[in-house]
Design a protein around this ligand. Structure first.
Ligand SMILES: [Zn+2]
Length: 107
């Protein structure tokens, strides 16, 4: 992630990802808050991958177990296992950061 205030680049950790699941982070260098913008490209990638994985996972689990309940549960678990690392990667590398509060003029 890149801080929009001081342009410092730092990695998004799992701890920070889960602590700030809404995409509002603090810069490790200047400590100022910023948010990650929710762009159409980010939503498109996340939804598309989720649908593809959900479809594949449900189909495969249903074939193995012959149970609709297992397919739905297994599909959901597999989607989360794939989607969480992808979402964290997108937060870290894809989504643009923007200042959370308006920039105050320097005095
Ligand atoms: Zn900063």
């Amino acid at each position: 992630m890149k801080c929009p205030h001081c342009n410092h680049t730092f990695a998004l950790t799992w701890k920070e990802y889960f602590r700030e699941i809404r995409g509002r982070h603090s810069c490790v260098a200047c400590k100022r808050r910023f948010k990650l913008s929710c762009s159409w490209s980010y939503l498109a990638i996340a939804v598309l991958v989720a649908l593809i994985i959900a479809g594949l996972a449900t189909f495969l689990v249903a074939r193995w177990t012959h149970s609709r309940m297992m397919a739905a549960g297994g599909g959901l678990v597999i989607v989360l296992i794939v989607l969480l690392p992808l979402d964290r990667w997108l937060d870290d590398h894809w989504r643009k950061s923007a200042p959370l509060e308006p920039d105050k003029p320097e005095s």
